[in-house]
Design a protein around this ligand. Structure first.
Ligand code: DGL
Length: 285
């Protein structure tokens, strides 16, 4: 069986790349719902429908465990997927994990008392980071800022505007004397260097591409019933629900090497994805 990595688009490639570095030989399927990105500006109903459809497809492709790399889905649909969809589906022995709680656990383990988080509109408005933090340690303070222009700029080659947009977004959060800044979106590890230049060296960065693989290693060690099912043949498949030259270019920029992306199709009558005629497409710049 496989480890699944799900994202609304291509940002999850950053976590996937570092998963491959740290858990080298695990068999992985990546699915990016490029047909519906961005999720971060959508309603919870739409996010749930899109992600349930994607998760259902990934389980049908033999994923034993799916990491939802997307913070927006982790903020909105994760609990319903885990508690309602999964037990009532034919995949009740499989597992789905999100990224918000492991990210907060890392910040807490590192002893930070004043956290900042930047993320999509949905993630910030859902208040998921504060909600989960209060359950773990109510004394820690968190300051949040929604940063909706960052994903479109990353996905559409808008590097020339990133510095000024980042300065604008980060300035209010930096007024709060934070000790660490959580990058609460799949795409933001791509901006680590630029963000570091703006925030200086005294504030730590928590970047999910660095911490989620470590958390996953812990999980797999503690859940042999899942880890034993996942193959170790060093295979990876990159699947997306829509493909354009722009997505191919973005995938290469984000993954930092050429990858072979396959387009899976959507059957509107059955409300499912299926592997019909597949385009094997190599991303090129
Ligand atoms: N994957 C989303 C997240 O991490 C960002 C892109 C989107 O808005 O769909 O929140």
């Amino acid at each position: 069986m496989k480890l699944g990595v799900f994202d609304s688009g291509l940002g999850g490639l950053l976590i996937t790349r570092s998963l491959r570095e740290k858990l080298c030989d695990l068999d992985i399927i990546y699915f990016g719902d490029t047909l519906h990105i961005p999720y971060g500006n959508r309603s919870s109903k739409a996010i749930y429908e899109y992600s349930k459809r994607a998760i259902d497809f990934m389980f049908s492709q033999d994923c034993a465990l799916i990491i939802i790399a997307c913070n927006t889905v982790s903020a909105s649909a994760l609990r319903v997927l885990q508690q309602q969809y999964l037990p009532n589906s034919k995949y009740s022995d499989r597992r789905i994990l999100g990224v918000v709680v492991p990210t907060l656990e890392t910040a807490i383990d590192r002893g930070y008392k004043r956290l900042g988080v930047i993320a999509t509109n949905y993630t910030i408005q859902s208040n998921i980071y504060e909600y989960e933090l209060k359950k773990i340690d109510p004394d820690i303070k968190i300051f949040q800022e929604h940063t909706p222009l960052l994903v479109p700029l990353i996905e559409n080659d808008g590097d020339q505007w990133l510095d000024s947009v980042l300065k604008h977004y980060l300035s209010p959060i930096l007024d709060n004397n934070i000790e660490c800044l959580i990058l609460g979106c799949t795409h933001y590890p791509f901006l680590k260097d630029k963000i570091r230049e703006i925030i200086g060296d005294d504030i730590s960065l928590i970047s999910q591409d660095e911490i989620i693989p470590l958390k996953l290693i812990d999980y797999l060690n503690n859940h042999k019933e899942i880890s034993q099912k996942i193959g170790n043949n060093d295979t990876i498949e990159f699947l997306v629900s829509d493909i354009t030259q722009g997505y191919l270019n973005a995938s290469k920029r984000i993954y930092n090497s050429e990858i072979n992306i396959k387009h899976v199709q959507f059957d509107a009558n059955k409300n499912t994805y299926f592997r019909g005629v597949e385009y094997d497409t190599i991303s090129k710049n």
